[in-house]
Design a protein around this ligand. Structure first.
Ligand SMILES: [Zn+2]
Length: 465
């Protein structure tokens, strides 16, 4: 792990205040003629956003099987560009490139700057042109509302508050690499594609607007999402892990449509769509071992990444935020916050936590003699942990302030309960009365970076009584 991600709490407070001021709720007012879609706070210039999208699209193209059939690609790009021409906040720099993943999974995603990927399975699942147009219009909504770079901007600001002064990225060189240096790893399982529910609602609104403007039945987008749920329940989890379901999606869309303007003779299908679907069905079946994008929840793969939406946990003598897709497990003197699949059952030693956060109180031996020091007590705790983790190794230790209290942070390496993997842990300890209050942030070494932001947000949210 690179140095420097150590939570600098004072700076974080400034960042949060700046965020609170800047991230006023995105206002979307529907007027009869000119709906106003306002993208959220963003540190990226449009041209940088396109560059970032391009860098990541090149990566995706290398890693995933794409369909190369010219007939299908021509159709998708013509349809996609026609839809994009009706999108609000549409900058001329946007690439509007539509590619088809050769996968039977029902999915679609958008990278910043207009690089949109639609799975072959989604096209086949659509019952008419308006429905696949709905999916593409929804993804175009993510693009023009700049959701990917908005999320990154918030994360950047939390790390480098001065980024607000502008020019935070070098104009030359890879933006992806520059962001990685700040501890922001992009890629398919990352922040770049992790849409919040509110982003989903916005993409729905924009998508519905685009459909209407382009002359398609504006109900088709929400209809498609319903079809996926009803007809392909086994594929639902996967689709909606990228696109969490906004509350009352259908009703929200139905409510918007009358405000878009008068009902028209809406288009639902076209001979081109029928021909494209036939073409796809006639091509050799997609490879079965496609490296799936985000692992579906409940599978035996790694847990889904932590949600950026946090909820509050009120514990004994403390409270803290944790991701809303994690669960809380409590016993008398410890609380564990665990993603689905974050506990591993081991044959000999029972269950062990491989991902998440564990909070506990430790009573140092020295506390019986009254006076004890934080560093010594932390050492005693480490010795205790080492009893069950013999390969525990301290990588780095340092001091920090936690709500004005002295605290010690210790970065650790040990064996993961996952076979053959190393684990990274960040232990943060501080004094609370007679005991040592400790937070242990846990993830396999290979993915620790992807959890850092969540861990830092949890630590920042800690309230100790
Ligand atoms: Zn979406």
């Amino acid at each position: 792990m690179k140095g420097g991600w150590w939570p600098r709490l004072a700076m974080r407070v400034i960042a949060s205040t700046a965020l609170a001021l800047l991230l006023l709720p995105p206002s979307i007012a529907w007027g009869a003629e000119t709906p106003k879609f306002k993208p959220g706070f963003n540190l990226f210039k449009v041209q940088q956003e396109v560059q970032l999208g391009k860098e990541n699209a090149e990566q995706v193209d290398k890693e995933f099987p794409l369909l190369t059939d010219p007939q299908v690609l021509r159709y998708m790009n013509e349809l996609g560009r026609r839809l994009a021409s009706f999108a609000p906040n549409n900058y001329s720099e946007y690439a509007w490139t539509f590619k088809v993943m050769n996968s039977s999974d029902i999915n679609a995603f958008a990278l910043p700057g207009g690089y949109i990927y639609v799975n072959r399975g989604a096209i086949v699942a659509a019952e008419n042109e308006a429905q696949i147009a709905g999916v593409m219009a929804h993804e175009s909504g993510h693009v023009v509302m700049r959701h990917g770079t908005h999320e990154i901007s918030q994360a950047v600001l939390a790390r480098v508050p001065l980024a607000i002064l502008g020019g935070f990225l070098d104009q030359t060189g890879s933006l992806t690499a520059q962001l990685a240096e700040m501890g922001l790893n992009l890629g398919l399982n990352s922040i770049l594609l992790r849409n919040s529910r509110s982003a989903e609602s916005q993409a729905d609104e924009v998508g519905t607007y685009i459909l209407y403007q382009a002359g398609f039945d504006p109900h088709a987008m929400a209809q498609f999402f319903e079809i996926v749920e009803r007809k392909y329940p086994e594929k639902t989890i996967q689709f909606f892990s990228d696109h969490p379901i906004p509350e009352n999606r259908i009703r929200a869309v139905d409510n918007e449509i009358p405000q878009l303007g008068p009902a028209k003779q809406w288009k639902t299908d076209s001979p081109d769509f029928v021909a494209t679907k036939e073409r796809l069905l006639s091509l050799p079946a997609p490879p079965t071992t496609t490296p799936a994008p985000p692992a579906p929840a409940g599978s035996s793969g790694p847990p889904p990444l932590p949600s950026s939406r946090l909820i509050r946990f009120e514990g004994k003598g403390f409270s803290i935020d944790y991701p809303d897709n994690w669960r809380v497990q409590q016993n008398e003197d410890a609380v564990a916050f665990v993603p689905l699949g974050g506990i591993v059952e081991e044959a000999e030693s029972g269950s062990a936590q491989a991902y998440g956060t564990s909070i506990s109180r430790f009573h140092p031996q020295a506390s019986r003699q009254g006076n004890w020091g934080l560093v010594d007590a932390t050492q005693e705790l480490l010795d205790t942990i080492r009893l069950s983790n013999p390969n525990l190794r301290v990588i780095k230790q340092g001091g920090l302030k936690l709500e004005g209290r002295a605290a010690v942070s210790t970065l650790l390496e040990t064996d993961s309960p996952l076979p053959g993997q190393k684990e990274r842990d960040l232990l943060v300890t501080t004094r609370q009365g007679d005991s040592l209050f400790s937070l242990l942030f846990i993830a396999p070494e290979s993915v620790f970076d992807a959890y850092k932001q969540t861990f830092a947000a949890m630590l920042e949210s800690l309230d100790l009584q």
